[in-house]
Design a protein around this ligand. Structure first.
Ligand SMILES: [Zn+2]
Ligand SMILES: [Zn+2]
Length: 931
């Protein structure tokens, strides 16, 4: 049997479909993993890496004394399965295989993933031949070619990947730990540091500093407007930018009619067709149509896996001679682009355009299969981009006719330029960049024109722009930071670590703080040199100029040097970072005491508290961290001088909450409306006295409040009383909502809040209200019949439980009563103690005590008292009668019969009614008892 191992499940499936030819592929799941079988072949997909590099046991404790962060540098590493189900299945099948083909992606990462699979196979089957199929597109031709001429795994290429993995692990883990511990951060709040990540962040921080320190300088520009045959001409002063105001004013004043044409120059400009797509250029073009780098790559990978485009991770911008461009055109003829293809065939340039970079692994990104818009949905836009780019690279250059008119206005020179697209060329098939004509009318040298308008504009020089994602990727590439496969991931990571934000990108306070501290104490980490050196070493491993272990060792040495610089400064680094990030959590002066208000987090909850605590108890609650972490924004409330707060959650837009105090005050209005004694004037008095919430109000002593608000003691008492009532109501409602959520699932158009609003309208404010509500009224709030019934039953049970608890029944017993079906106090009080003891297994004397407690609470007479001895001897008396087993005993107890005496005195008619034992049966037992 021939086992084929692909990089991902979809690739495994497509490869099976292609190789099976006319045979049918049977798809099955084994242990949750998809398996594609055809003929004697089995195809399975990995999930990228199925093992990960990690440290050996014993390094998980961050605060270990014996193993400080530095110890991670020399810690031994091992490979651990991350996808055990896939690993297990591959090994199970590999045991029986007589050939294995590794068909992972064709690049360093793919080679490493292939090597991981190779090792898994070798571990269980030392002899089976293992070969490697390399392809740049998952198409019929490419796959058939790759499988008919397989080669061997490239262990050097894989070793380069391995070196990167190990080095990244060591750098990232040891430095992240060191910096996080120094800044006293842990859990989800760690400060990550990375080999590629940190220099990239430093570039963004650098740019921000340039922008911040930029001092704009004024300059002046002069332009004039004239006209010929109704067509206007706008001309700039030949001087361009005037940096001297006086000179500008003089030129402006000196510009006078007549305006004489001194020169007319016509020319031609060639507008070169774009070069083939490599990863970076693809990301840049995708950004222009609205894709983030990570998104563009995700879609590209999907298109590749499904055979629509070639492998999207490539540095190549020159089509290799082996690539059959004609057959790609033929393929595209069957798509929506048939007309464009026909145009390209007719106008095709002699040789396709070429970029500067050529590499042997993959061709530039190009279309490989036909697709329709319906088939691809949203992904169509990027498929179309790849197709059109491909067509453009085969199309002729575009041409523009240009015109330049020189003019003189009494000694002041002006220039107007115009251009017109004369040959659209490649622009016919690639409409992504605008081609705007600016056409000038025909004028002759010496011609006199009239100045219609003259303009002197003051402008300012601009700081350099922030990086967009695609620009950053281009610069990373120039600096040798990361690889075509990792650059967009690095940016994504910086965003998710909250080091950078926005589009274009800018650093957060944390990002700045960490970068500045690292720059000050161990700048190696933030400079691109070190990481460049490593990329070069990686290339050297590929061609066997150096070994994996050599590179890893060098990197360890470098890292030790870094720690030599860092360790003595741990305390300072911690202070620097904490000092700066503190700022991010400080939102402004406390309205009560003037000290700083800060965002504080505790477990899953967060709130704004005062630095003056415990003297000042000013406190504003915030939504839990599940809604996002609270951070301050740049806006400031004009009334309270506090920064606005926004919640930032992964993968969601920030939720701007505005000024937290304004929010709090707004919320309280709703609560105050429920207080009969509250007036607008009183609310204003509360604000003036810096009492911002209902909760604070409820905590006041009447005497203190009287003084603070200048009201009577009676008024103060009423206010405090009413505030407590409203708080109580809020508490009960929130309890009620919590309870309802347990039994009522949310549905489209029926959120829990909506149901709760319905409850409020129907006057249902607590769980007790649910217990006594009618099913009809519950249904009105949007519940189904069944949900209403369940909710009511559960509410009754809960209310009863609480009542019983209040009456003094211990929780353990309570559970037994409930399990035996005695839910309410009435259920228990109306049952005979003997029956209760029998059903619950609680001793008769304890039951007696419970029933007495309940009867007293309900105002009922005390129950009959039965001693343990009497109960036990009674049981012997009854069971010694003929035919009395457990079942009869239960009926007797239920009827209150627990010994011979009570049996003989029982009224058969009553018993038949209550206990279910027939009159005749009881009479027979009575007769037997008398004997
Ligand atoms: Zn305060
Ligand atoms: Zn405010």
């Amino acid at each position: 049997m021939h086992l084929i191992i692909a990089e991902k499940n979809i690739a495994a499936n497509r490869i099976a479909q292609i190789l099976s030819g006319k045979d049918k592929v049977s798809a099955k799941k084994e242990g949750g993993v998809n398996v594609y079988t055809f003929g004697d072949k089995i195809s399975i997909g990995l999930r990228g890496h199925v093992v990960e590099v990690d440290f050996v046991e014993g390094y998980t404790n961050w605060r270990s004394e014996e193993r400080p962060p530095r110890s991670l540098i020399d810690a031994e590493t091992i490979k651990r399965p991350t996808e055990p189900a896939i690993v297990k299945l591959i090994q199970k099948i590999a045991k029986k295989a007589n050939r294995v083909t590794i068909a992972t992606d064709f690049d360093t990462e793919g080679e490493l993933i292939g090597k991981e699979a190779y090792e898994l196979v070798r571990a269980v089957n030392p002899k089976v031949p293992i070969d490697r199929a390399r392809f740049s597109a998952i198409t019929k031709e490419e796959i058939n070619r790759a499988f008919s001429k397989p080669s061997d795994l490239d262990f050097d290429l894989a070793a380069a990947g391995e070196a990167r993995q190990v080095v990244d692990l060591i750098w990232g883990a040891s430095l992240t730990r060191f910096i996080s511990l120094a800044a006293k951060r842990g859990g989800g709040n760690i400060l990550s540091v990375g080999r590629v990540q940190s220099p990239t962040l430093a570039m963004i921080v650098d740019r921000e500093r340039e922008i911040e320190s930029f001092i704009p300088e004024p300059y002046w520009e002069i332009s004039l407007t004239t006209e010929k045959d109704g067509q206007s001409i706008v001309a700039r002063h030949a001087e361009g930018r005037f940096t001297d105001k006086k000179a500008a004013d003089a030129a402006y004043a000196g510009t006078k009619d007549p305006l004489v044409v001194t020169e007319v120059k016509e020319g031609k400009r060639v507008d070169r067709a774009p070069t083939p797509f490599d990863t970076t250029q693809f990301i840049v073009a995708a950004a222009r149509i609205g894709y983030s780098a990570a998104n563009a790559m995700r879609v590209a990978e999907e298109l590749y896996m499904n055979g629509f485009i070639s492998y999207p991770r490539t540095d190549n911008t020159i089509y290799p001679p082996s690539l059959n461009l004609d057959s790609i055109l033929t393929t595209l003829e069957k798509t929506k682009f048939a007309q464009d293809v026909a145009w390209v065939r007719k106008n095709r340039r002699a040789k396709p355009t070429e970029g500067k970079k050529s590499s042997t692994d993959h061709p530039p990104i190009h279309p490989t299969g036909i697709a329709t818009e319906e088939q691809l949905g949203e992904n169509w836009k990027l498929y179309e981009l790849v197709v059109r780019r491909f067509l453009a690279t085969l199309s002729p250059d575009a041409e523009w006719a240009t015109m330049r008119i020189g003019m003189d206005a009494t000694g002041q020179n002006y220039i107007a330029t115009g251009s017109r697209l004369t040959e659209p060329g490649w622009r016919t098939v690639y409409p992504y960049s605008e081609a705007k004509d600016s056409i000038l009318p025909v004028v002759k040298k010496g011609e006199k024109l009239k100045i219609q308008d003259l303009n002197l504009e003051e402008k300012q020089t601009q700081p350099p722009p922030r990086y967009s994602q695609s620009k950053l990727i281009q610069v990373m590439e120039e600096l040798g930071l990361g690889t075509k496969s990792t650059r967009h991931e690095v940016i994504q990571k910086l965003i998710s670590r909250k080091y950078i934000e926005g589009n274009p990108l800018r650093p957060t306070l944390v990002g700045k703080a960490v970068t500045e501290s690292l720059e000050a104490h161990a700048s190696t980490i933030t400079r691109p040199d070190m990481t460049q050196k490593l990329e070069q070493a990686m290339e050297a491993i590929k061609v066997r100029n150096t070994s994996r272990d050599g590179v890893v060792d060098d990197s360890r040495k470098m890292l030790h040097q870094v720690f030599d610089e860092l360790e003595p400064n741990e305390a300072v680094i911690g202070q620097e970072i904490m000092g700066q990030t503190d700022e991010e959590l400080t939102i402004g002066p406390c309205p009560v005491c003037g000290k700083d208000l800060r965002i504080r987090r505790k477990g899953g909850s967060q709130f704004i508290g005062c630095n003056g605590y415990p003297d000042c108890t000013c406190n504003i609650s915030l939504p839990g961290t599940m809604w996002g972490s609270a951070v301050r924004t740049k806006k400031v409330c004009e009334v309270h001088n506090l920064f606005h707060v926004s919640l930032i959650a992964k993968g969601a837009r920030p939720w701007d909450m505005g000024c937290p105090l304004c929010q709090l005050i707004e919320q309280q209005k709703e609560h105050y409306a429920k207080m009969p004694a509250m007036t607008e004037a009183l609310q204003q008095k509360l604000l003036d006295a810096k009492i911002f919430s209902l909760y604070e109000l409820s905590k006041f002593e009447p005497a203190v409040l009287t003084k603070k608000l200048g009201i009577t003691k009676k008024q103060a008492e009423t206010l405090i009383h009413e505030a407590n009532d409203v708080l109580d109501l809020i508490r009960r409602r929130s309890e009620c909502k919590k309870f309802m959520k347990q039994f009522v699932p949310p549905k489209r158009g029926r959120s829990h809040t909506k149901v709760m609003n319905g409850f409020t309208e129907s006057g249902i404010d607590c769980i007790g209200d649910i217990a006594s509500a009618t099913i009809e009224s519950l249904k009105k709030t949007g519940l189904s019949e069944e949900e209403a019934k369940t909710l009511k039953t559960e509410a009754i049970s809960l209310v009863a439980k609480n009542q019983l608890k209040d009456m003094g029944i211990p929780a353990v017993s309570l559970k037994r009563y409930q399990e035996a079906g005695f839910l309410t106090p009435e259920d228990i009080a109306s049952a005979h103690p003997a029956y209760l003891a029998f059903r619950t297994g609680i001793s008769i004397e304890t039951v007696g005590k419970h029933v007495t407690l309940i009867a007293q609470s309900l105002g009922k007479p005390d129950p009959v008292k039965i001693s343990k001895k009497a109960f036990e001897s009674g049981k012997i008396e009854l069971t010694s009668l003929p035919g009395v087993g457990e079942s009869t005993l239960e009926h007797l107890y239920r009827a209150g019969i627990f010994d011979k005496k009570s049996l003989i005195s029982a009224d058969p008619a009553k018993v038949a009614k209550s206990g279910g034992l027939s009159k005749d049966h009881l009479k027979k037992l009575q007769a037997a008892a008398v004997v």
